[in-house]
Design a protein around this ligand. Structure first.
Ligand code: ATP
Ligand code: MG
Length: 390
């Protein structure tokens, strides 16, 4: 890589592949620090493109688009996990790209991801890789009931089927198009948590505190972060595992590692995201350095300092479903004034034109002096939104 290793100071232009909400919040963080931003995304109305200095409307593998991006910026990152690793590889010929294509390629493929965890000595769910009919036939019964997941392109629970019997497994693989899959044993989850680490080019690593996550229908619904939300021993184990995963990838950038906590209290790694993560959004309002600022610092080669959680926090996702509460089927806007009347309420909306069921439209970060106070406000917010309590 012919990348310059000098820090890129404010005034430089930083680029991102992908124009979704993660890119938008990254652009806000970069701009706050005096950087210009450039976004490459095929959608002319992309949330990040709408707030950036440069918006290149092109497909991720469009040679002219990539060339244009490389011409306007001095470093590139990605906000979209399924960005073709080839696009990153092409850009890295002339620019520092973080994370590297090789690390993103691991995160894009569940089978490679699992193999990486095993290599790091981090516990994973019992699983089998199913790329061929022979591998399907050879699956051990002890993996059932299980979850069949496509190896590539899954997100928010898409590309997954729960299968209890061998017949269901066979039918499920066909339903998923006989594409490469991983079958995971269904584990008894007591809870879920995640850790966000940032690693600089010099190997420095810092982390956000352990986040406790509640998923509904395969989509993150609530994240809670405060001292004691996860037992100390478990939190330390999760942080060490996340750091080992980043270290072993020689990772540069922000990485999220998701974990399951099993009924017996043990920890199992689920998957990684090579970018800021929905479960780290609370850091915008509850930490002295957000996950998006960490991303800016890593790509610009600026110092990393250990973030400090200064307030207990709860994040509630605002899914498009909340816009469809009207009995007539008409869209209704959530009651923003009522929500903003609650103390410690921080509203984040992504500027998406159209609400759709299951679509991430925004989130609420609730900060308070104590976990109990944050929880009381979060439950009031959930009631206003018509969200089930948690
Ligand atoms: P995203 O990338 O949006 O986090 P995803 O589509 O990659 O989601 P997973 O993280 O694999 O999906 O799974 C989504 C959720 O399904 C998990 O957070 C967990 O609640 C549940 N789940 C997944 N695998 C298992 C398992 N082996 N045992 C029990 N529950 C599971
Ligand atoms: Mg997940």
């Amino acid at each position: 890589m012919s990348a310059t290793l000098k820090p890129l100071l404010p005034g430089s232009t930083l680029g991102v592949l992908g124009g979704g909400q993660l890119g938008r919040m990254w652009a806000h963080a970069a701009q706050r620090m005096g950087y210009n931003t450039a976004v490459l995304d095929p959608d002319a109305q992309s949330p990040a493109g709408l707030v950036s200095h440069h918006h290149i409307h092109a497909d991720y593998l469009d040679a002219a688009g990539l060339k244009q991006l490389a011409a306007v910026c001095q470093a590139v990152t990605t906000e979209f996990e399924n960005v073709p690793a080839d696009a990153l590889a092409q850009l890295s010929v002339t620019l520092p790209v973080s994370p590297a294509a090789s690390a993103v390629a691991v995160a894009q493929d569940r089978a490679r991801e699992k193999a990486h965890f095993v290599k790091c000595g981090v516990p994973v769910a019992p699983h089998a890789v199913i790329d061929t009919p022979e591998q399907l036939a050879a699956v051990n019964d002890h993996l059932l009931p299980g979850i069949l997941k496509t190896s590539r392109m899954g997100y928010d629970g898409k590309g997954q089927l729960r299968v209890s019997t061998r017949d269901a497994l066979n039918a499920g693989w066909a339903k998923l198009g006989n594409v490469p899959c991983v079958l995971e044993k269904m584990l008894p989850l007591a809870s879920e948590c995640s850790v966000i680490v940032a690693r600089g080019r010099d190997g420095t690593m810092v982390n956000l505190p352990v986040q406790r996550n509640l998923h509904r229908d395969g989509i993150l619904a609530v994240t809670e972060v405060f001292a004691g939300n996860v037992p100390d021993a478990l939190a330390n184990q999760a942080i060490s595992a996340a750091k080992a995963v980043a270290q072993e990838l020689n990772y540069v950038g922000v990485l999220c590692v998701e974990f399951f906590v099993l009924a017996d209290g043990s920890l199992v790694v689920n998957e990684i995201a090579p970018r800021p993560h929905n479960s780290g959004h609370y850091s915008q309002d509850a930490c002295d350095v957000s996950q998006f600022e960490l991303q800016v610092r890593t790509m610009a080669d600026l110092p990393l300092t250990q973030p400090r959680l200064h307030s207990p926090a709860i994040m509630l996702n605002l899914l498009g479903d909340l816009w469809f509460k009207n009995a007539n089927g008409l869209q209704v806007e959530p009651a923003w004034q009522k929500l903003l009347a609650l103390p410690g309420m921080h509203l984040h909306l992504y500027g998406k034109r159209e609400a759709r069921v299951g679509r991430k439209m925004g989130h609420l970060n609730i900060t308070a002096a104590t976990p109990e106070a944050a929880r009381a406000v979060a439950l009031q917010a959930a009631a206003i939104l018509g969200m089930a309590p948690f």
